[in-house]
Design a protein around this ligand. Structure first.
Ligand code: HEM
Length: 501
């Protein structure tokens, strides 16, 4: 029966493809170039390995504005700073919606979130609320003590390993550091004491959620593809993973709604949103619901933890691979901060210049969302003279742009000095360097992300010297990547710390 259904589905698709082909052949539009597509699957056969790398290679053949079809879905890939500026600045409003996928619909509580919701009144209201009430500078400063306390604890744990000369799994350690900070300030959960989630549980949940977003689903690319997803068990898989995530979010909410809960002087993100929900009148057009709260929690959990932890990890990986840069940055850090600091505060970051270049260069070589989050056009536009139709997906390959030899000398080298006399920054205004995106959809957690990355890396560099475990050399460091929307380091980084102060 299931084979018959698949056969029927394929025959129908073939018919639809032939009709579509005929229609496109008569069109006079100037479509972007791209590899030849096959019936039904489009260009799916061209995708080998990690998408950002494969698309970078294809753009070397077809150019900076290139069109592919993933199944039936037209996708335009942007791979130059000029084309990125046209999309993200000139046509930002036309390009700032998001495509709908089965996973993003589920994980965002039917688009009651910021990251995956399509452009519209509801998204604008929720994003405004988040930017003004949850992620503003005042709130960021009120959580400074959490970032500093968690970093102190992190240094303490690393110091214990340093006494024993044990290698530390930095991938895991950094994930725990950032997850502890984010859980405290967003969900009021102390990971070290929480009754219902611990560090390992958190890591497991994050990696499952990552999978949830990245898993291939026929529904996303083929009309009627849900039939295949049902048959293959994909839909059930998605439901199972989602219910685990939802279970965690429900526990967070229940904890906050318990009678007699004492709200701290700096209330966490969930407290603030519950308070706003309770106080809102009925006349406003935007009504905050518990699904919106869960959608925002889901965003913060998925967008805030792995991105920041992975960035610090890549910085450490590059520094170990480039000992002269490590020496130079540690000299700066230790000279400027002095030899006898017991604790580092965020104020210490102000005076460091080479250190900031190291972070900039890390964002250039290792943007954690190398294709940003896909966008969808809301009206037809022209980019670099090419016609892009309404409801086309757009992916900006910021990985390829940040390694474009037309812009960067020796682009694959880790060389922070390249920024010494340059005013290029990574906050969304320079289109050759876009680790946080740009325009209306730019990362609203950028300031918080940068604060966590800077303080985490500074603690690692000030208090410890780092070497590879005995018997391994720089050549053994594996630079492979893995992931879906957020790309991480495939093989954990293990290093041995020696405490210096
Ligand atoms: C180093 C850390 C981080 C990096 C590299 C990063 C990167 C990004 C990128 C590339 C996007 C997509 C932008 C676009 O489509 O143009 C994004 C969106 C987003 N990020 Fe971040 N992010 C980081 C940290 C955070 C943190 C800490 C939070 C929350 C506390 C956060 C929340 C979000 C949200 C909600 C969106 C969706 C925005 C929208 O669609 O309107 N991010 N981030």
């Amino acid at each position: 029966m299931s084979t018959f259904l698949c056969f029927l589905w394929l025959t129908l698709l073939l018919l639809v493809t032939l009709i579509f082909r005929k229609k496109f052949k008569t069109s006079k539009l100037n479509h972007p170039p791209g590899p030849r597509k096959l019936p039904i699957i489009g260009n799916l056969h061209n995708l080998e390995g990690l998408p950002h790398k494969c698309l970078q290679n294809l753009s070397k053949i077809y150019g900076p504005v290139m069109k592919l079809h993933f199944g039936f879905v037209p996708i335009v890939i942007i791979s130059s700073k000029q084309a990125a500026e046209e999309v993200l600045k000139t046509h930002d409003l036309d390009c700032c919606s998001r495509p709908e996928t089965v996973a993003t619909k589920k994980i965002s509580y039917n688009f009651k979130d910021i990251g995956f919701a399509p452009y519209g009144e509801e998204w604008r209201s929720l994003r405004k609320l988040a930017v003004m009430e949850l992620l503003n500078l005042k709130k960021l400063n009120s959580f400074r003590y959490i970032r500093e306390e968690e970093n102190d604890l992190f240094v303490k744990k690393l110091s214990e390993a340093s006494v024993k000369h044990f290698p530390v799994n930095l991938t895991k350690a950094l994930f725990t550091l950032i997850a502890s900070i984010v859980c405290r300030l967003a969900f009021g959960q102390n990971l070290h004491e929480s009754e219902f989630i611990d560090e390992d549980g958190m890591e497991e949940l994050a990696s499952r959620s990552e999978k949830l977003q990245g898993e291939f689903a026929f529904s996303n690319y083929f009309p009627g593809g849900w039939i295949v997803d049902r048959i293959t068990g994909q839909s059930k898989n998605l439901e199972g993973l989602f219910s685990e995530l939802d279970g965690f979010f429900n526990q967070v909410l229940d904890e906050h709604l318990k009678p007699g809960r004492i709200v701290l002087e700096s209330p966490d993100v969930v407290d603030v949103m519950i308070d706003m929900m309770n106080k809102q009148g009925e006349d406003g057009h935007f009504q905050l619901t518990t699904d919106h709260i869960k959608g925002v929690i889901s965003d913060i959990f998925l967008a805030g933890v792995n991105t920041s932890a992975t960035t610090i990890l890549w910085a450490m990986t590059e520094l170990i691979k480039n000992p002269s840069v490590m020496k130079k940055v540690q000299e700066e850090v230790r000279t400027v901060l002095g030899e006898k600091k017991e604790k580092i505060t965020e104020q210490d970051l102000n005076q460091l210049s080479y250190f900031k270049l190291v972070i900039k260069e890390t964002f250039r070589l290792h943007p954690t969302a190398p294709l940003l989050v896909p966008r969808e056009t809301m009206s037809p536009i022209k980019i670099q003279g090419y016609d892009i139709l309404k409801k086309n997906q757009i992916m900006i390959n910021v990985y390829a742009i940040a390694r474009d030899p037309k812009t960067w000398e020796n682009p694959d080298e880790f060389k922070p000095e390249r920024f010494a006399d340059s005013c290029i920054d990574y906050r969304g205004l320079n289109f050759e360097l876009l680790p946080f995106g740009s325009g209306r959809r730019i990362c609203p957690g950028m300031t918080m992300g940068i604060a966590m990355v800077e303080l985490g890396l500074l603690n690692l560099l000030y208090f410890f010297d780092w070497v590879l475990p005995e018997g391994t050399t720089v050549k053994d460091i594996d630079m492979d990547e893995e992931g879906a929307l957020i790309i991480g380091k495939k093989v954990p980084l293990e290093l041995v710390p020696t405490r210096q102060h």
